[in-house]
Ligand binder design. Structure first.
Ligand SMILES: NC(=O)C1=CN([C@@H]2O[C@H](COP(=O)(O)OP(=O)(O)OC[C@H]3O[C@@H](n4cnc5c(N)ncnc54)[C@H](OP(=O)(O)O)[C@@H]3O)[C@@H](O)[C@H]2O)C=CC1
Ligand SMILES: CC(=O)N[C@@H](CCC(=O)OP(=O)(O)O)C(=O)O
Length: 343
């Protein structure tokens, strides 16, 4: 059994990790931390876990966490980078759901995240945990930087086109929309029902911190710098991301549907729908899948990709477990083999 700990067990991604791990055949949960709720039974806070999790939240201590084989950091940005070096020294492997190790260029990370990186020496070693791109590196990794939610939906949608050099990588557009759970569980006025309900808006249009992460990934696929215009939006729903992606075709002779189906045919968590379909966020709610479809408007040289994920699952906790499964040579779908909730 893999001894697993979760730092940040009271947040939305923390409780999603707990939900998914309860059905994992090879995991023994031994530590779930929360500073504010230490001592409280996990199932008193989350009654959905009654009968599944028989543990109390504890303060995060190096001694307790050092007993684990793997730790998920489900903490705000800027937390993991302070503790990860000591845990790695104790032989613990890490999947960090925050952005601390995602961006390879340290000044870029410091500019977007507004602080000095506390363990820059580990950034080069950290493996970006997008299995569809980096599966073999993830297998060997001590430290996996789990991708952000928007970057997952956007990168998977563009990947087959960019790898084959079929599109203009200076003129990519990603128009993305998220449910409110993307902002986490801590109380903020902007997250109130009275602020989010019955309304819809763009935010971060002049620059969102996921922009450098997306461009880093697309540039690696392209082999040269890629540029994307990325605008996120906040939807009055709880879970889900829909990204509508636009790319200008340089080569119009390729069967794009066949290309996407071939690229993802062995990927357990990417589903390419028939050409012209419209994937809905509810078709991925609670499931670890990115579902996508391709569109063309007549013979114009533009391809449109619509890509949906559950931000808390393929966009966070599910992808983190997928990465753990790869690192520990479990079946890749262990704990993740369930359909989405409909409706
Ligand atoms: N929500 C989403 O859709 C996605 C989130 N992510 C990323 O995952 C991470 C977690 O997100 P989310 O679950 O939404 O966040 P939440 O704000 O909902 O939860 C944060 C958790 O971290 C704990 N925590 C906060 N500060 C510290 C600290 N200094 N030391 C130890 N524990 C701490 C909190 O508990 P306590 O304060 O009691 O210790 C809480 O359990 C973030 O980095 C986020 O960016 C990534 C993709 C998608
Ligand atoms: C709707 C909403 O607010 N979404 C969050 C992004 C989700 C997230 O947590 O991303 P990181 O892991 O990269 O921090 C936001 O735009 O800040």
């Amino acid at each position: 059994m893999i001894k697993v700990g979760i730092v940040g067990g009271t947040g939305y991604t923390g409780v999603e990790l707990l939900r998914l791990l309860t059905s994992h055949p090879e995991v023994e949960l031994i530590a779930i931390t929360s500073r504010s709720e230490a001592g409280m039974r996990v199932d008193d806070m989350f009654p959905s876990l009654r009968g599944h999790v028989d543990l109390c939240f504890t303060e995060p201590t190096e001694e307790e966490l050092g007993q684990c084989d793997l730790i998920f950091f489900a903490t705000p940005n800027g937390v993991a980078m302070r503790t990860v070096p000591a845990l790695l020294d104790r032989g613990v492997r890490i999947v960090d759901l925050s952005a601390d190790y995602r961006i390879k260029d340290i000044p870029t990370w410091e500019k977007w995240y507004g602080e000095t990186h506390q363990s820059p020496e580990l950034v080069a070693e950290a493996v970006y945990g997008l299995p569809e791109m980096n599966r073999s590196e993830i297998r060997q990794a001590r430290l996996v930087a789990n991708p952000g939610c928007y970057p997952t939906a956007v990168q998977l949608g563009f990947l087959p086109l960019i790898e084959k050099g079929l599109v203009d990588c200076q003129r990519l557009i990603a128009d993305a929309k998220s449910g409110a759970s993307g902002a986490g569980r801590q109380a903020k006025v902007a997250g109130l029902m009275g602020e989010v309900g019955e309304s819809f808006k763009a935010y971060g249009a002049s620059g969102h911190r996921h922009l450098p992460e997306i461009e880093q990934g697309l540039s690696l696929m392209h082999g040269r710098p890629a540029q994307v215009t990325f605008v996120p939006h906040l939807l009055p729903m709880i879970r889900g991301i829909e990204a509508t992606l636009y790319a200008e075709l340089k080569d119009d002779s390729v069967d794009l549907q066949a290309l996407f189906e071939e690229r993802y045919k062995n990927e357990p968590f990417v589903d390419v729908l028939p050409f012209g379909s419209h994937p809905e966020t509810r078709s991925v709610r609670g499931g670890n899948v990115c579902r996508m479809a391709l569109h063309r408007q007549g013979d114009r040289p533009v391809v449109i990709i619509t890509s949906v994920i559950d931000n808390l699952v393929k966009g966070a906790a599910g992808q983190a477990i997928q990465n753990m499964n790869i690192m520990f040579e479990c079946r890749e779908d262990a704990g993740l083999d369930m359909p989405a909730l409909m409706p």
